[in-house]
Each structure stands twice: as C-alpha cells, then as structure tokens.
Design a binder for this molecule. Structure first.
Ligand SMILES: [Zn+2]
Length: 450
C-alpha cells in the first residue's frame, strides 16, 4: 500500500468507526458510548515460555488499542502455545471467540460489536480460519475490527483486501520459516554435527565418542553379516548377551539391520534418508563422531541386504533409500539371489544380488552383487531360471497345479509370484558367468530349497 492510499484508508476507517457506532446505537447504545469488542491473543507453539505471558501482554495491548479507538473490551480470549499455521491444531480460545461473534453475545451475555487484536496473524494464518473469522465477524451489521493501526471496516472491499494481504504475508512467512528450519538442519548436517534425538546405538550420550561395548558389538555384527550370518541370528546373540537398544527395546532382525547399515557407522552423515554430499566436492560428508568401521565395510554390509531394507548406492555412488513397504520389489528374483563368487580368501561372497539396469535389449535388467562386484546375471535369465526351479517335473509337487496354471497364463501378479518363490526356496546361489559366454545357462542358479 502506498502512503497516499494508506491515508485514505485511515480516513475511511475513521468513517466506519462512526458508522459502526451509529449501527450499534440502533441496538440500544447511546452515541459516544464505547463499542464493545472482544479481545483475542495467541502465542505460537515455539514460544519457549508457555506460561501465558505473551498472551497476557497482548491482551493488555488490546485494551489500550481498544480505548484509543473508542472501544471497550467486554471479553478476552487467548490461546497460549498454539500454532495457527498447522492444520487441525485446536484453538479453544479462538473457537469461543467465533461463537461470541456469531451469536453477538459473549458467553456471559454481553453484546459484541467487534474484535481487537495486536495483528491479523494472531487470528489466522490459514485461509480456512480467515473465512471462518470473516463470516463470524460480519454475521451482523456494524461490526468493527481494531488493531494498533486503527479501525477497519470488515464489510468494505479495502477491509477485506487488507485481511487477505495479511493472510498472504502470514502464509509466506510460514513457508520461509519452514524452509529456514530445513536449511538449518541441512547446515548442521553439512558441518557433520550429529543428529539430535535419541543416542544412536554404539555411541555415548555426546553422540561423538564410541560406546566401547556397543561399538564392539556393531563391528562384530558387521563382520558376521558380511560372512553370511542372518540379521535375526545376530539379534538373538545380542539378546542372549542382554543387550537392549538405546531406548530399552529388545533387538530384532530389523533393528540390527538398521543399526549396522546406517551410514553413521562409517562416519557418513545422512539427512532425510539420503547420504549427505558436500556441495563443494560431491563427496559424502563425514560427521564429527568416531566411526566404527571404514566406508568400504559399510558398503560391504549394505550389499548383503536386499534392496528395501537399507541405504543403497547405485551408479555413481549416489545413494538412495528404499524402505520396506515403500517401493516394493519390481523383479521376481529380488531378495532371492545370493552371490556365488569366491572372495580372495576363498570363501563364498554370499552378498545379495540387486536388480540393476541391464546392458542389452535381451536383458533390460540384471542382478548384480553390490558386495564384491564379481557376479552379475541377466535379469530375465535369472527370473526364468527361478520359474523352472519351481515347476521342474521332479519338484512339481512344491507348487499347486492351480498356481502353476495361473502363473503360466499370466493371471498371477508379481507379489503372489514372489510369495510362491518364497514358499519353495530359501534362496539361490548364483555362480558367476563365464566371460565371453553369452548363451543362457540356467544351471547357474543353485537352489537352497525349504
Ligand atoms: Zn559377491
């Protein structure tokens, strides 16, 4: 608003005050009598002081404002520690004020002809609340809205526009504020400051120093897992030792998985489920805390899980997170295939083969070992090999005739197919292919049957 139009607005406001007075006059009040208004105050939830001081101070200011503009406060309503920007947040004071405006009387029967407040954003920060407030305020003629800037005519175009401008400013502020909070978290994360929240398993309360016993357990679990131990078995070991989570929970396969695949174990910092990369270098940000293992070991242990239970890295090393539930597996073999390559020490790798993009039209996707990188198999080849394993004559009894028919006729969805596989096979070990040998070799899958 320009200064000129603001002055005109003030004149009109003064105008409307008189008019408001005359209207009220019709309701039995003598001209010159102060206009009875209700006072409203609100403090937001982030106020560190939820003692109502803020509300009390605002109500005091409202009384002064009312007096200065020929009004008198007949009832006061307040909401302490209430956000007006969050949907569904209860504001009992606001509700009672709306009630008073709608009925034209306060709860103890005093007539109401307006509202006084320190600023519009105390009343509304969401368009729904503005609509509700406007409807209640203008539900009778002659009402006024008063704030330290003066009296506003809620029925006029200018009065409404003023309210809308306030709403717009409040919405922008809410957006900026949430972005600011997100930026604050990001900046802290890039600095490598540990997460707030409960202490992570493996570290002391300072979230920097290793917890000697827990860190040793985590390190041991990672090595056990890389050599093929089930997360559930590790959880059982921990339970037997009387180990509990940092919030007292009993370890299970899932919590162990979360603990040993969290990037923090190798010092990497994650933010919102993604590995945080330094903006200058593109390298993972290292936290200020002591790591338990090297990044290589972290990658190795992540490689032993099927996608869906942890942080994955793909391609350039940029990670992505898929959690169970979100992003169900899209390929038949996901989770059922284990790497059969030999490690340098002669042991079988055993890492989970994960679906990746394939290199040919015949193999648009492939399953590859994330652990050692020595084993990869064409996706369609592995999936049809799995299918053969389910239905080969000698084992046909493993799957019902009905299931076989629905599978082969295309009536069975991927999810049910995967359940069928799981009912027959624990997993399949996949032998690495022979270089230069392009013919499909179904025998590369060695099933471990249930
Ligand atoms: Zn491998």
């Amino acid at each position: 608003m320009t200064i000129g139009s603001f002055d005109r607005f003030r004149e009109r406001s003064a105008d409307c005050r008189t008019r408001g007075g005359e209207m009220a006059d019709a309701g039995g009040r003598a001209v010159g009598d102060p206009i009875p208004v209700v006072s409203y105050a609100r403090t937001s939830e982030d106020g560190r002081r939820k003692d109502g001081h803020g509300v009390r101070y605002q109500l005091r200011i409202n009384e002064r404002t009312a007096r200065a503009h020929g009004c008198v406060v007949v009832a006061a309503y307040g909401d302490s520690g209430c956000s007006a920007s969050r949907e569904g947040m209860a504001r009992p004071g606001f509700d009672r004020m709306i009630e008073a405006l709608t009925s034209g009387r306060t709860q103890d029967g005093q007539p109401v002809a307006g509202v006084v407040c320190v600023a519009d954003d105390r009343l509304y920060r969401r368009s729904e609340d503005l609509a509700r407030f406007s409807a209640a305020l203008t539900s009778a003629p002659g009402r006024v809205y008063v704030d330290p800037d003066g009296v506003r005519d809620p029925y006029s175009y200018e009065g409404l526009m003023q309210a809308v401008r306030s709403l717009d400013a409040a919405l922008t502020e809410t957006r900026v504020r949430s972005r600011r909070v997100a930026n604050w978290h990001w900046a802290r994360a890039v600095e490598g400051v540990p997460h707030s929240g409960p202490r992570p398993f493996g570290w002391l309360e300072d979230r920097i120093t290793l917890h000697p016993d827990e860190a040793r357990l985590v390190e041991r679990a990672i090595e056990d897992r890389i050599s093929g131990k089930a997360a559930r078995a590790i959880a059982r070991d921990w339970s037997d030792l009387g180990v509990t989570g940092t919030r007292g929970g009993r370890p299970n396969g899932q919590t162990v998985t979360q603990i040993i695949t969290a990037p923090r174990i190798c010092g990497y910092r994650a933010n919102k489920g993604e590995l945080l990369l330094a903006p200058e270098t593109g390298e993972p940000v290292s936290g200020q805390w002591e790591p338990i293992v090297t990044p290589d070991r972290w990658r190795a242990v992540c490689g032993t899980f099927s996608p869906g239970s942890l942080f994955l890295h793909r391609g350039s090393g940029a990670p992505r997170r898929t959690t169970t539930g979100r992003g169900a597996p899209r390929h038949l073999g996901t989770g059922f295939l284990r790497c059969g390559a030999r490690r340098s020490d002669g042991a079988v790798c055993g890492g989970a083969l994960c679906a990746t993009k394939g290199r040919s039209r015949r193999s648009p996707y492939a399953y590859s070992c994330r652990n050692c990188g020595r084993c990869s198999i064409s996706g369609p080849l592995a999936d049809s090999a799995l299918e053969r394993l389910l239905f080969d004559d000698a084992r046909r009894a493993a799957v019902t005739e009905d299931a076989r028919l629905r599978w082969s006729s295309g009536d069975m969805g991927l999810e049910e197919k995967r359940r069928t596989v799981a009912s027959v096979l624990v997993h399949c070990l996949v032998r690495p292919g022979v270089k230069g040998q392009h013919a499909w070799d179904f025998s590369r899958l060695e099933p471990v049957r249930r």
